[in-house]
Structures are given as structure tokens and as C-alpha cells.
Design a protein around this ligand. Structure first.
Ligand code: SAH
Ligand code: SF4
Length: 365
């Protein structure tokens, strides 16, 4: 007999971490139950982080049974953790269709919050794989499988808090996938992550990273919440960007910069330009000078990241002295530029790597 929680692909029950408070209230009302039941369930799911319907002792047993045949309590199954408590930890999650995604819990980011900060940042995935095929990225290597739904996105935060016993303070959409290509589920998940009855994390603590989907940048700029935005820039000219990021053919640098100028007209927070430094590919100092002009034109800060080796790719990071020289060009031009020495280099922290290993081992990709 088939289980009630892990049905065949595509036939899974809705998972509660993706159900909005409004839909949940409607579900109870339709069944003649009092509306406060929705509040009780929301508390169990989001605040108490229940792992079974049996824990919900303030609900009558028949109602718990009804819930159990109508919903899954969680969207993800924890498959593996890499790393240890005081370092970066990476969680591998299995989805209902047997696919895998990963989230990375980063203990503190002194570069952003000062040495004494104990803030925890969670890096979440938005898709299984990625269709954008950036040449340096493990997520793009195996191609695109599917979008995550809202429960699988918001559920990563819940699961990370449950496993670690710690509260997540910041969220970055920098895991596997292109969040802006999954706009509808992304926005549903953000509503759940920021909602007062659900996770209640401030929008200012959320950063979406995009490879540069100009129309979606404009759309998000017009959304009322003060969400932060980071751009995977990685090349200051069309010539360099075209070579490593196919998305640039569709939305070239000038169009991207226009969309970012629009972003600035509606948002208060500074934009971040991410720039991976890859030896001999995009690390000429002439690129730094052009990057500085772009950053200044939109008042953005720049985050330099030495390339993380990806199995199956031949590229390497430049010497650290060269990274510093690149950073100096930006600083001398008056741009705030940090050089991020990646945490978690040793635990396959670059997006998509752990999942790629697991799915390769299981013969899925
Ligand atoms: N698709 C979105 C969100 C994923 S974030 C985006 O591209 O912005 C992916 C980020 O992971 C990249 O911008 C880059 O900063 C980082 N990344 C990917 N591959 C990397 C590698 N090999 N080394 C270092 N960082 C990498
Ligand atoms: Fe996709 Fe982002 Fe990786 Fe490019 S960098 S392949 S857009 S996840």
C-alpha cells in the first residue's frame, strides 16, 4: 500500500509549510471547524516546529487524523549534514519525488556584521538544478529539473532551524537555482517567511541573488517589501559576461544596469554586485575599472569571491595578491569592495555541489 505522505511523483499531498494562513483558515471553515484551529496549526508548524501530527495534543484526535490524510507536515526529509556546529553546515534534503536540494547554514559573517556578531545566515535553494548554465557553477552542470514550490523553499528555513536548534537571522537566495526564474513560488515563500503568523523574519534580512533577469528585477523593485538584491555580475563587459553567463545574451549589461537603476528608485538598501574571480577569465584589472564605473553609477557595493573549484571544471582562482590588486582598483575608485574568502570551501559550499554528488551516486543525473 502506498504511504499517505510520500505518494508517487506529482501526487504528493500539499505540505503545510507552503499553505498560507488564509488558505488554512478556509480549509477549516469549509469543514465546519472553528477558525482558531488554523492558528493552532500555524503555531505547531512554524513556532513549535512539530515533527508529527500526534504532537498536536490541543487538537481532537479525529481532526489530527483528517489533517494527516490531507497534508504533509514537512516538505523535506533531512538526508545528510556536512560540517560541524561552529562552522558552516550544509544540509542535504530529499524531496517527495526523490530529488535533492541543499541549504547552507553560515554561523556569522564578520565581513557584514562585525567580528562579534552571532547572526546566522541560511543560504537556500530555489530550484532543482538551474537552466541558466553559467560556466563556473555546479548548479548549472546537471541542467534544470524543476522549480521548487513555496513549501520546499520556506521549508528549508524551518528544517534548518529544527535540525540546528538555532534561529535563522538572515536568508540569502544563493543556493541552487535562479530564484527570479521561479518568481511565483519565490514570492509565495517570501510571504510565508516574513508573515507574522508564520516565520516572521524581516524582509530586510532577505537577500535575493540573481544572474540578471532584468524584467523580474523591475517587477521585484515594484513589490512593497524592502527585500535586498544581489547580482551575480562576474563580468564587467558584454564580451566577458557573454563568455561565462549565457543569460547575458538575453539581458546584456546595459539592460541589466537600467533595471538596477529602476531598483534604486524604489528601494532604500544598497545593491550588491557579486563578482567571482576566475584566473585568466574575468580577472583583468581593466575589468575592475569598468566594474567600478558600473558600481558607482548605481551606488552598489562589490563582493569579490575567489572562484571555488568545481569538480569537472578546469578553472582556478587567481593568486590572493591578484585578488587584492583587483579589490584595490575598486577601492581607489571609491567603491566599497569586500574580498570574501569563502567559508566552507572544504564542504562543497559552492552551490549545487553536494546535491550533484548525491544524485550522481544514486544515478539520477
Ligand atoms: N542563480 C542565482 C542564485 C544562485 S547564487 C545567481 O546566480 O545569482 C549562485 C552564486 O553562487 C553565484 O553568484 C556565485 O556567487 C556563487 N558561485 C557559483 N559557483 C561558484 C564557484 N564555482 N565559486 C564561487 N562561487 C560560486
Ligand atoms: Fe544558475 Fe546562478 Fe549557477 Fe548561474 S550562477 S547556473 S544562474 S545558480
Amino acid at each position: 500500500m502506498m504511504g499517505t505522505t510520500t505518494n508517487i511523483v506529482g501526487a504528493a499531498l500539499p505540505a503545510l509549510p507552503g499553505v498560507s494562513p488564509e488558505s488554512l483558515s478556509a480549509w477549516f471553515v469549509e469543514r465546519g471547524e472553528p477558525a482558531f484551529r488554523a492558528k493552532q496549526i500555524l503555531d505547531w508548524v512554524w513556532k513549535k516546529k512539530a515533527t508529527s501530527f500526534d504532537e498536536m495534543t490541543n487538537l481532537p484526535a479525529p481532526l489530527r487524523e483528517k489533517l494527516a490524510v490531507s497534508f504533509r507536515l514537512t516538505a523535506l526529509t533531512h538526508a545528510k549534514t556536512q560540517g560541524s556546529e561552529d562552522t558552516t553546515r550544509k544540509f542535504l534534503f530529499r524531496l517527495h519525488d526523490g530529488r535533492y536540494i541543499e541549504s547552507v547554514l553560515i554561523p556569522a559573517n564578520p565581513a557584514l556584521y562585525g567580528e562579534k556578531s552571532d547572526r546566522r545566515t541560511l543560504c537556500v535553494s530555489s530550484q532543482v538544478g538551474c537552466a541558466y548554465g553559467c560556466k563556473f557553477c555546479a548548479s548549472g552542470l546537471a541542467g534544470y529539473t524543476r522549480n521548487l514550490d513555496a513549501s520546499e523553499i520556506a521549508g528549508q528555513v524551518l528544517a534548518a532551524e529544527q535540525i540546528s536548534g538555532e534561529r535563522v537571522d538572515n536568508l540569502v537566495f544563493m543556493g541552487m537555482g535562479e530564484p527570479m526564474a521561479n518568481f511565483k513560488s519565490l514570492m509565495e515563500a517570501i510571504a510565508l517567511i516574513t508573515g507574522p503568523e508564520t516565520l516572521h523574519l524581516g524582509a530586510r534580512h532577505l537577500t535575493i541573488s540573481t544572474s540578471g533577469l532584468a524584467p523580474q528585477i523591475r517587477k521585484l523593485a515594484d513589490h512593497p517589501q524592502q527585500i535586498r538584491l544581489a547580482i551575480s555580475f562576474h563580468g564587467a563587459t558584454d564580451e566577458v559576461r557573454d563568455r561565462i553567463m549565457p543569460v547575458n545574451k538575453k539581458y546584456p549589461v546595459a539592460e541589466l544596469m537600467d533595471a538596477l537603476a529602476h531598483w534604486n528608485s524604489t528601494k532604500k538598501q544598497k545593491l550588491t554586485l557579486e563578482y567571482i574571480l576566475i584566473k585568466g577569465v574575468n580577472d583583468e584589472l581593466a575589468q575592475a575599472a569598468i566594474l567600478a564605473r558600473h558600481a558607482r553609477s548605481i551606488g552598489a557595493k562589490v563582493n569579490l569571491i575567489p572562484y571555488n573549484t568545481v569538480e569537472g571544471l578546469e578553472w582556478e582562482r587567481p593568486a590572493i595578491s591578484h585578488c587584492r590588486a583587483f579589490q584595490d582598483v575598486l577601492k581607489k575608485a571609491g567603491v566599497t569592495a569586500t574580498l570574501r574568502i569563502e567559508k566552507g570551501h572544504d564542504i562543497d559550499a559552492a552551490c549545487g555541489q553536494l546535491r550533484l554528488k548525491q544524485e550522481t551516486a544514486e544515478g539520477i543525473v
